[in-house]
Write a protein that binds this ligand. Structure first.
Ligand SMILES: [Cu+2]
Length: 416
């Protein structure tokens, strides 16, 4: 009697354990399902916004369902076997060996499933790798911890897009909608990886190599991504954004980027900022057209100061919405909402407004100018410079006073 009660208690416990386990399983799958449905998921691979991402989506959905069904069948079979044939002290069943018919069937079924996945996979890979119908080329270079975009002025229809001189920017890749853009992806230091999930898959950026990645957006808007290859201390702060503009807005963007430099009016705060910029910043940062008092053009020499040999071009800083590897906003939260949540019809106009004095996110930009490595770890500690050949890995702290920062901000506000 006592033994029977014990057994009953044991099996009830087992049943309860099973119940709890299945409850957890249901909760986890429901959560991941809900997460995948979330509308406000800027890096969701299930919400493609261009033909390349759609090709990947068209492949991943059926594969996901096939793998899902196979997975459920396997788990159910394993669970049933574990439960049905658990050890109750019974004798070992009679051992058999070899059943050719069953073995052939169980080999042929997976082969057919794998072929069914392999053929569309190979075809998608070839479609994604196509470059013969490229309409525009942009060079993309990763370095610790930001991306540079360089729009060459020659070849690949540059003139057709009004790019009569090279445009160099950082953080935000700006491209015209429904245009087959070819990114030539490389790196200046370690291996990074370029990924805008809503527009295409990932592509590693490797020093000494150029990898090709197709980009095409079918709707104006901002599409977020981040470096997906661990690349050192501030890897998590190495983000990027692709901005898709209508063709008319894109032309305006190009024209604005190519506007000749306008020096601040003499005697203004911005003019003081310009002088300080020449003294403190232009050794690393290029501002196209910036000249010494004697009229000679200033060319930055970041290769002398930085391990990667490059710093962001600040000619038109405030035409972008984010800075320092797209990790902080240049817009206040209110103004940001205006741009990021705009309908595709209004988006271009709002984006092209750039960052006005009223909309500038002073807090983060000031913190950056006060002490960049405190905001984004960079090994910029001068005591460690001996390990990097005397060069910095990112922007160093420059010890600016608050008054100096005021003048720099006044100057930067004219960079748009
Ligand atoms: Cu990286």
């Amino acid at each position: 009697m006592k033994k029977m009660m014990n057994q009953l208690g044991e099996s009830m416990k087992t049943a309860r354990r099973w119940q709890n386990a299945s409850k957890t399983a249901i909760a986890v799958s429901a959560l991941s399902f809900l997460a995948s449905c979330a509308k406000d998921a800027p890096q969701d691979t299930w919400q493609p916004a261009g033909p390349n991402a759609e090709r990947i989506d068209n492949l991943q959905r059926p594969v996901f369902y096939v793998a899902g069904i196979v997975g459920v069948i396997v788990f159910a079979a394993v669970a049933w076997v574990i439960f049905r044939y658990r050890d109750r002290g019974q004798a070992i069943p009679e051992q058999t060996h070899g059943k050719p018919a069953l073995e052939i069937v169980l080999t042929v079924i997976p082969v057919l499933i794998l072929l069914g996945v392999a053929i569309p996979t190979a075809s998608t890979i070839f479609k994604l790798a196509k470059t013969s119908d490229t309409e525009m080329t942009i060079n993309v270079t990763g370095q610790q911890w930001w991306w540079e975009y360089d729009y060459p002025a020659a070849g690949s229809n540059a003139e057709q897009y009004g790019i009569t001189a090279p445009i160099v920017t950082s953080g935000q890749l700006v491209i015209p909608e429904n245009t087959k853009v070819l990114l030539r992806v490389t790196s200046r230091d370690v291996i990074h990886s370029y990924w805008i999930p809503k527009l295409n898959g990932k592509k590693d950026s490797v020093p000494g190599r150029v990898h090709l990645l197709r980009m095409e957006g079918s709707k104006p808007g901002i599409y977020a991504g981040q470096c997906t290859e661990f690349c050192g201390l501030s890897h998590a702060y190495m983000r990027m954004e692709a901005v898709v503009l209508s063709r008319a807005d894109y032309d305006k963007w190009v024209a604005n980027q190519l506007e000749p430099y306008k020096a601040p009016e003499a005697g203004t705060e911005a003019a003081a900022g310009e002088a300080l910029f020449i003294q403190q910043c232009s050794r690393c940062h290029q501002v196209n057209g910036l000249a010494n008092p004697d009229g000679s053009l200033i060319i930055s020499a970041p290769d002398q100061y930085l391990v990667s040999g490059a710093a962001p071009n600040l000619t038109n800083l405030l035409t972008r919405n984010t800075f320092a590897g797209a990790s902080w906003d240049l817009l206040t939260p209110e103004c940001r909402k205006n741009v990021w949540n705009a309908s595709s019809a209004d988006f271009g106009e709002r984006y092209l407004e750039g960052v006005s004095a009223d909309c500038l996110n002073q807090k983060d930009l000031r913190e950056w100018l006060r002490n960049a490595p405190a905001k984004k770890p960079m090994y910029a500690d001068p005591t460690k410079l001996t390990t990097t050949g005397g060069k910095y890995r990112g922007m160093p702290a420059l010890g600016l006073t608050e008054d100096q920062i005021n003048t720099i901000i006044a100057y930067l506000l004219e960079r748009k």
